[in-house]
Design a protein around this ligand. Structure first.
Ligand SMILES: C[S@@+](CC[C@H](N)C(=O)[O-])C[C@H]1O[C@@H](n2cnc3c(N)ncnc32)[C@H](O)[C@@H]1O
Length: 360
């Protein structure tokens, strides 16, 4: 078992800089367009255009240090590719022009500049988390193992809660190795006390096939009564949870609406957004809402503040809004911000403002 005292193997790279926070204020955040310049109010959801490093520094100077409950990030994976917008699903409310550059994931100088970029940001993210907060970092086979070493150093190995495998499956033309069909999500808590709500899979189909219907419409399956006291038996009978079979034996009714499916483990099988998906907004590497809803539901409470500093098309923000959380999304791609704004604006009763980072 990892312990606090165990030596952490360190990752070093050329031109590695010790990350020091700069107190020099070179940037500020200003409203986009003709929005009102309301005073900062941390109950306001927001979408921010800009490099997330100075944006995080600005947010900290506005009082956000130690107050974020959950951070999910899906940064570039060091894939060596550039990403272009795709055709959104026909009828999508979000309007996107196809084949425009959305963001780059190409790095001059190999892995070092990528790790340098991630390291600084992960350090700041830890500072922004509340003491019961958690960080979920979504990566893949390209550089995920290096990112894990950085995270162990920053958060402590003892705070790694899960290495989640997101398995999305699907066809692949690859014949020279096994098709690569999963990403990895590292789940670290800031301390040993953190928010976690177990998640459950839906009930298995065979239970619905086997179930019988109560006069009030509730579905149930029968079970042994088991070893229970007379008073418990009488209580269950009063509640209509005991019935007599044709052969005169007593059985118990287990109502399906009171049952939970199996607990979700660390392999999550959730389909990727395909070209026909109704969710598709046309942003490359858009993640499914089901994936983000699960992250948000397991590691935050209603009203908590959820942030995504590489928010792309705003999937985390939409999932947070639907789950009743407050949210902030940041991205340096104007295209991502346009799509996220339009996407969020189509939700009912949503309130948010947009700002961008500018030089002072
Ligand atoms: C993999 S995509 C995120 C996709 C997103 N999860 C979604 O569902 O749409 C990575 C995003 O990180 C953004 N990004 C890269 N470097 C950044 C930086 N330094 N600051 C802010 N955003 C950055 C890119 O513009 C891109 O939108």
């Amino acid at each position: 078992m990892p312990s606090k005292d165990r030596d952490v193997v360190q990752l070093t790279w050329e031109r590695q800089k010790k990350w020091k926070k700069s107190h020099e204020k070179r940037f500020r955040l200003v409203p986009i367009g003709n929005q009102r310049r309301d005073p900062i109010d941390r109950t306001t959801n927001e979408i921010i255009l800009g490099d997330n490093l100075p944006v995080m520094q600005q947010l900290i100077s506005e009082g956000l240090m130690g107050s974020v409950d959950l951070i999910y990030i899906d940064p570039p994976f060091w894939s060596g590719d550039d990403y272009f917008t795709k055709k959104p699903k026909h009828g999508s409310q979000v309007k996107v022009q196809e084949d425009k550059l959305a963001y780059r994931d190409t790095w001059d100088g190999g892995l070092a500049p990528y790790l340098e970029m991630m390291n600084k940001r992960l350090v700041l993210m830890k500072e922004m988390l509340s003491d019961t907060g958690s960080l979920f970092v979504h990566v893949d086979w390209h550089a995920g193992h290096y990112i894990k070493v950085l995270l162990d150093k920053i958060f402590g190995m003892e705070n790694l809660r899960n290495e989640i495998i997101w398995h999305y499956g699907g066809p692949s033309p690859l014949k020279s190795s096994f098709p690569r069909k999963h990403d990895v999500i590292f789940f670290y808590s800031k301390t040993g006390t953190y928010t976690f709500h177990p998640q459950y899979n839906p009930l298995k189909d065979y239970l619905f096939k086997r179930a019988r219907k109560n006069p009030d419409g509730r579905l149930w399956v029968d079970q042994n009564v088991g070893k229970i006291s007379d008073s418990k038996f009488n209580e269950l009978t009063r509640e209509g949870r005991i019935f007599k079979t044709k052969t005169g034996n007593y059985r118990r009714k287990q109502f399906l609406d009171e049952m939970k499916g199996d607990m979700v483990d660390d392999v999550w099988t959730i389909p990727i957004i395909n070209s026909q998906s109704r969710e598709r907004v046309g942003y490359p590497t858009q993640k499914p809402l089901g994936l983000l809803s699960r992250v948000i539901q397991c590691a935050s409470n209603e009203g908590d503040l959820v942030t995504d500093f590489f928010c792309g098309s705003g999937t985390t923000l939409e999932a947070a809004e639907r789950c009743g959380r407050r949210w902030i999304g940041v991205d340096c791609s104007p295209m991502a911000i346009d799509i996220a704004r339009e996407r969020l604006a189509h939700l009912e009763n949503v309130r948010f403002r947009c700002r961008k980072l500018v030089n002072k």
